[in-house]
Design a protein. Structure first.
Lengths: 185, 185
């Protein structure tokens, strides 16, 4: 790439919205030969997703109402990394809070940028195994989550049929597929 | 799930931002036993991404500056579905505009929701094969895209090393992996 053309310089920047849940920034930027343009940027903390397999070889799925698509979805556990928290600690915490299960082992599958065009954050995808039920769920005021421990074959069917359709969940499950297939056979 | 608890009723709704590039809605919603809460919803048109393989067996990657993460990224071609356009037509159009290549064959790998918690849209992931160069790029005023036709082995390395890190790109490439591996061997 012509090095000149990626030298976007920020002329001005302001927050259109800034809350605990969403920060939307508007930046006016200029690059040589490109003129000046406004770009929206969504600032989010990093996120985590967890493919969690129980000591019984089942996958933990969660069912909840999602306000973006206004429908009940089937997803894997996940959430936001808290300030000062490591992504791995966040994955373990979200798994525990949303399902009551504690991971025996946990490893990173991959770190991806959620959407570098419009967002600032990464999502860290984990595989937790040997998960065991240790406590009741701890949900916040707007959460109502049903937990389902589901056989591996059924989970892969749900993935392929589009019943599990959240893009970040699909990526984590595709990356965990070799492990899941080995468990399910 | 308790059926009652997913009966979120919208009490009020307004647009915080409504432009050609971004529509941010704020909905105040109430559910039995949950009280009333404000939810932000990002309305977007559907998106498309294309894993494109040339007649020479190379994968088309694009390099561009991305304003969300403020860095140059390596991605696969993609973009927004225009009003009245089919996702497949959008995939073919975006491939042509961004790279100048026309797909010989194209098929849907999977349709996923981008993020059902906060967004309204789907992303349609395609695999285009037998792509041939037919015209020069057609870019809009803020786009400056370098196209690279890259060997399959190198693309898979870039994916695994996190050099290609856009989550939707990673999912499309993981889904196309069996085809890519077959091509690369």
């Amino acid at each position: 790439m012509n090095e000149e053309r990626k030298n976007w310089r920020t002329l001005s920047s302001h927050y259109v919205v800034k809350t605990d849940f969403l920060s939307l920034r508007s930046d006016r930027r200029q690059a040589p030969g490109m003129g000046s343009h406004d770009f929206f940027v969504l600032e989010y903390p990093d996120w985590v997703n967890v493919v969690a397999v129980t000591t019984q070889g089942k996958v933990l799925l969660i069912r909840q109402f999602r306000h973006g698509m206004e429908e009940e979805t089937v997803e894997i556990p996940g959430g936001m990394v808290d300030p000062g928290e490591s992504p791995m600690a966040a994955a373990q915490r979200e798994l525990l809070e949303e399902t009551g299960y504690k991971a025996g082992k946990i490893r990173l599958l991959r770190r991806v940028s959620v959407n570098p065009a419009i967002q600032t954050n990464y999502c860290h995808l984990y595989l937790a195994t040997e998960c065991s039920y240790v406590q009741t769920q701890q949900l916040d005021g707007t959460e109502m989550i049903d937990v389902e421990d589901t056989g591996v074959q059924r989970v892969l069917q749900m993935l392929e049929a589009g019943e599990i359709h959240h893009s970040l969940n699909c990526l984590a499950l595709e990356m965990a597929r070799p492990v899941l297939v080995a468990l399910g056979s």
